[in-house]
Design a protein around this ligand. Structure first.
Ligand code: EPU
Length: 458
């Protein structure tokens, strides 16, 4: 598997544009199952999670043209209802097909997702929502079989121990568009990706109001039609680029920065001493251009992750890297996924001074991170290691970067265009570049190449 080799210490400068949002695009793609008409999506990011969702939709009888950018989809065979464990286990967001399939095909058989790298991720709220709409659920050999000849609108409370659920809200909202009568979702997720989905569903003919607030009201309609829609920019990618500017003491202009839904993040940047300056206040606030620069002495702060509009859990790891460079102690508390701290041990390998107490990590700055071999463990943890590598002294190698490719399109190319030195390497490539004079040694190295798994990489 590929790994990154990062030569740290380069100051980043230049201009980048944020791609379409992965977490908005995934449920938007699933929503094509709500109609037999053509749906055209623009600004679809080129990511492995998106390719996986497209493969799943093909298995579910959807004709798809394109893989990224502009993607045209049409559901042509509505007899397919099975989502296999092999797919669900690689991408939890495949649960997004549940609501649309149930609403239009009246049946969905979906493998129960297991845990993930950062802990247990239940789907009880999704299922409670479907049951409230009248669906029957049976568990058989690890598959949930969910059926409903006709969904019926009702009031559904979607709050869980850690707030609402983003994909659960998306699922219930999709299902309710074709239910009989009115559905009210109380304690709905307010995330901008839910608003993006509601906006597309409205274009398809759904009657939805209140998306973006904790109460969403949906009046069921008989059918939905096709639509053309542009995916919103990715707020987590935008935040990651901004941290890249800050940790390298750089100066980056970021276009398509969804400023309007990043106020909690901009507020923390401001506290830390990172300047996020809007270049044109007349621009659409979801597609702003900002210039990110930072003061020399960064200040420590407190961060608590929360549902939107609070600070997003998906930027927690990246900010942990940033706070290693602040002058003093910062406190980060994770309130969405208490176990989402796989990056802590790896950052510590690079010299970070981190102490974890349950869901809280105390970050003691100022630390000059040192390059080291580290291993990515989930998408956002990987991003935090790349950021650490950019700012560290010396060379950092990061294995298992397939995690990174799930949510960042060729991150190395973007960072290199800003002056970074990030090389994507494959273990075999290292072997191929050995001097031919050491042919015998090369042979010896080739022998175990079958074992060159992620764990064996630098
Ligand atoms: N939860 C429940 N029961 C449920 C569903 C969720 O208790 O039925 C809990 C979860 O365990 C968690 C909290 O509710 O503590 C929020 O989870 P949520 O359901 O909102 O997460 P999700 O919809 O599965 C999306 C993003 C995640 C992001 C979370 C939180 C997508 C594809 N994924 O997941 O993104 O962390 O919302 O904002 O939209 C990522 O991009 O790296 C990523 C993990």
């Amino acid at each position: 598997m590929d790994y990154f080799r990062i030569q740290g210490g380069k100051r980043l400068a230049g201009r980048v544009k944020v791609d379409g949002s992965k977490n908005a695009a995934l449920p938007l793609l699933a929503a094509v199952l709500l109609t037999d008409q053509t749906v055209t999506l623009h600004n679809v990011p080129a990511l492995t999670d998106i390719s996986n969702m497209i493969s799943l939709l093909r298995e579910l009888g959807v004709e798809v043209k394109g893989e990224s950018g502009t993607v045209t989809l049409r559901s042509v065979d509505e007899t397919q209802v099975h989502t296999r464990y092999e797919i669900v286990s690689t991408m939890r967001a495949s649960i997004s097909v549940l609501g649309p399939m149930l609403a239009r095909r009246h049946r969905a058989v979906i493998a129960m997702p297991g845990g993930c790298a950062f802990g247990e991720r239940p789907i009880d709220l999704h299922l409670r929502g479907m049951q409230s709409l009248g669906a029957k659920i049976e568990l058989n050999a690890g598959d949930m079989s969910v059926t409903a000849p006709q969904l019926k609108g009702t009031t559904i409370f979607l709050g869980g121990p850690n707030g609402s659920t983003v994909l659960g809200t998306a699922n219930v909202m999709c299902a309710a568009t074709l239910a009989e009568g009115r559905t009210t979702i109380e304690c709905a997720a307010c995330e901008p990706e839910v608003v993006d989905l509601a906006n597309m569903l409205i274009k398809m003919g759904a009657k939805i109001r209140g998306a973006g607030s904790p109460r969403i009201i949906i009046e069921g309609v008989k059918e939905l039609g096709g639509a053309e829609y542009t995916v919103m920019p990715d707020r987590i990618v935008a935040g990651t680029y901004a941290v890249a500017a800050a940790v390298t003491n750089g100066d980056i202009i970021i276009d398509d920065f969804p400023f309007d839904c990043m106020l909690a993040v901009v507020d923390r940047f401001d506290q830390i001493g990172v300047v996020v300056d809007r270049l044109d206040h007349n621009q659409d606030p979801m597609h702003a251009s900002v210039r990110v620069t930072s003061v020399r002495g960064l200040k420590p702060t407190q961060i608590t992750t929360q549902p939107h509009p609070g600070f997003p859990t998906d930027l927690q790891a990246q900010f942990m890297t940033l706070l290693c460079f602040a002058q003093g102690n910062s406190v980060i508390t994770e309130k969405i996924y208490a176990e989402r701290f796989l990056h802590v041990a790896e950052l510590t390998r690079m010299g970070a001074n981190l102490q974890r107490f349950g869901p809280t990590v105390v970050v003691s700055g100022f630390t000059q991170l040192k390059g080291a071999p580290v291993m990515a463990s989930d998408l956002r943890a990987s991003a935090s290691l790349v950021l650490a590598g950019l700012a560290a002294e010396g060379v950092t190698t990061i294995s298992r970067i397939d995690y990174l490719d799930r949510g960042y399109h060729r991150l190395e190319a973007t960072l290199n265009s800003l002056g970074a030195s990030v090389e994507r390497c494959t273990p075999n490539a290292i072997i191929e570049t050995q001097s031919s004079a050491s042919a015998q040694m090369l042979e010896a190295k080739r022998a175990p190449s079958l074992n060159l798994t992620a764990a064996a990489m630098p």
